[in-house]
Design a protein around this ligand. Structure first.
Ligand code: OOG
Ligand code: MG
Length: 235
């Protein structure tokens, strides 16, 4: 833990280390497909003992196919239901508004992130989880594309059933009051290193509920009120 090894490490330094680790993964032949935002809901803050969002990156080899999760790829995976956003134009800067983001959304989709951690019991500090690329390890991206005007992301509801039993529920409002706000925050973060948000990237806006542990053999149903429902087998 950096708590013991480097107790004075700052947030900006943690992101610099994250950037270096991302660069090493890229040098190994893996490609970043999108930034992701995590720790964006109260449910997650309470679960993880922190109170601000983090930015990490999804790589091409993290995307699970065929509506299944390959359990053996992970150490102790947990799943999170998330709302995904794809932009149609490059946007960014410190002063972006929700309505500017809305005007630049290509489509919305439903998703499940599979997080995993090198820390036992996911017991990390805020600094640790930044460096650890925000526990990013897997994701299932819904294939149905929704127009931003066709779904109210604030009232959108989700529930997770594992083997038929409801284990979590939440709604879009839990995510920074409005999942679109996540793009505003992401823009501010990227602006610190003079970057803009790119079009075409499937951006995850953060778990709407606390993350839920999964086991090999589980059948997971993630039901959204309007967005595409996802049924996933843990193989
Ligand atoms: C950090 C990753 C958080 C989310 O959606 O909140 C995240 C963690 O909880 O391990 O991706
Ligand atoms: Mg997440």
């Amino acid at each position: 833990m950096t708590k013991e090894l480097a107790p004075s490490l700052k947030v900006e330094e943690a992101y610099a280390i994250q950037a270096e680790l991302l660069r090493l993964r890229e040098a190994d032949g893996h490609a970043i497909i999108a930034p992701k935002m995590g720790l964006t809901s109260k449910a997650k803050w309470t679960q993880m003992g922190v109170d601000s969002p983090v930015v990490g990156y999804l790589f091409d080899d993290m995307i699970e196919r065929d509506q299944s999760i390959e359990f053996d790829r992970y150490i102790h995976p947990k799943i999170e239901p998330e709302i995904g956003i794809v932009l149609k134009n490059e946007i960014g800067g410190p002063d972006l508004t929700i309505s500017e983001v809305k005007d630049n959304i290509d489509y919305i989709f439903s998703a499940v992130e599979v997080i995993d951690s090198r820390y036992q019991n996911f017991d990390f500090t805020f600094i640790d989880v930044i460096i650890d690329n925000t526990s990013a390890k897997g994701a299932i991206l819904g294939t149905k594309q929704y127009d931003v005007g066709s779904v109210d992301l604030i009232t959108e509801q989700v529930e997770i059933l594992i083997n038929g039993e409801q284990v979590a529920e939440g709604k879009g409002e839990a995510v920074l009051g409005n999942p679109i706000q996540v793009i505003v925050e992401l823009a501010k973060h990227l602006d610190q290193s003079n970057q803009m948000i790119q079009p075409g990237q499937p951006i995850l806006t953060g778990g709407m509920t606390a993350a839920v542990m999964i086991e090999k053999g589980d059948t997971i149903q993630v039901n959204y009120s309007n967005l595409e429902d996802l049924t996933i087998e843990v193989k």
